[in-house]
Design a protein around this ligand. Structure first.
Ligand SMILES: [Zn+2]
Length: 318
């Protein structure tokens, strides 16, 4: 197992064993009581840390996409209504995930919804916070780790610079996991959307199927209990592991963006562990709700609380 996957599994075990703490938005780690710097100084320090780092390892999570207008996943927002309006009206879903977890009686209807979901993210333009982050990293050595499945980072960077450890909307897998195969979803999604038109269901004969066993396909994403953790999954963990091992003696900046309290195990707590283990490294998090800095690394760590899009904009201006 790769080093990074071991770190994730370690924090996953903490999370499961002390779910009572984590479910209330807490963490097993003792948090620093050090007073944070005023916002303006934090922004300057953020810029300074990027400048002084040999390389930056970015951990991009849901709050980053939400900050850029990808806020249709969990709530009934105007952007949710824009892309999913016909389903919001028919089913009363509040947010895109509500509709993807719904038990449809007709698989053609389910695929109408899934195709709409995938088509929305596959065709979304690169959102401003991503472009601002790209500008901040200009000329810098960096690597991207992300739990976002929405393909924003792979629209910006080559695959070898991005590890998508929770899957990627551009691929299908077999819903029964009959083989370790993933295949393109973009073309079938476009065809389903075109055939569906204003309806909420696709033609039944267009339901995407596994080329090996004929079972229904499923998007290659974690969260539904059938995520294919095979070759493509291992490649993602290998990329981030290789990057850490190659740069482990350098001044790394771990930059966490928008990690939610229910998923500290993929980016946040592994970043804390790595910052603790590698004494020349730094850690910065941007989050609109939390400013967690664990004890023991507080002199090399900073949490900036605020709207991520605004923080990135402000950082570009200083
Ligand atoms: Zn199959």
């Amino acid at each position: 197992m790769s080093l990074y996957e071991e770190l994730v599994n370690h924090t996953q075990r903490n999370y499961s064993s002390r779910y009572d703490i984590y479910s209330r938005g807490g963490t097993l780690y003792e948090l620093s009581k050090k007073e944070p710097l005023p916002y303006e100084e934090q922004i300057k320090e953020f810029k300074k840390q990027i400048k002084e780092a040999d390389c930056v390892i970015v951990g991009g999570a849901s709050g980053l996409s939400a900050a850029g207008g990808g806020d249709f996943y969990y709530d009934d927002t105007p952007s949710y209504r824009k892309y999913f309006g016909k389903y919001a009206k028919k089913y009363g879903f509040k947010g895109a995930f509500a509709g993807s977890f719904y038990q449809y009686s007709d698989p053609a209807e389910k695929w109408g919804y899934l195709a709409t979901f995938l088509h929305t993210t596959q065709n979304a333009e690169i959102r401003k916070p991503y472009l601002d982050l790209d500008e901040l990293l200009k000329g810098k050595e960096f690597f991207i780790l992300t739990t976002n499945q929405d393909t924003q980072f792979v629209k910006l960077y080559p695959e070898e610079k991005v590890a998508q450890i929770q899957g990627d909307h551009r691929f299908f897998q077999c819903s029964r996991q009959c083989s370790d195969d993933t295949w393109d979803s973009v073309r079938p999604v476009n065809e389903m959307i075109e055939a569906m038109g204003e309806n909420t269901a696709i033609p039944t004969d267009m339901i995407p199927r596994c080329p090996h066993c004929g079972a229904e396909a499923f998007p290659w994403v974690r969260g539904y209990g059938n995520f294919l953790q095979g070759k493509k999954y291992n490649e993602q963990y290998q990329k981030i592991t290789d990057y850490i091992q190659k740069h482990k003696d350098e001044k790394i900046l771990f930059l966490e963006l928008g990690v939610g309290r229910m998923t500290p195990m993929f980016i946040q707590e592994p970043f804390w562990e790595l910052t603790r283990a590698l004494p020349q490294t730094h850690y910065i998090s941007l989050n609109d709700q939390y400013d967690f800095v664990p004890e023991g690394i507080e002199d090399r760590a900073m949490a900036i609380k605020g709207d991520i899009a605004t923080i990135l904009e402000n950082a570009l201006k200083v």
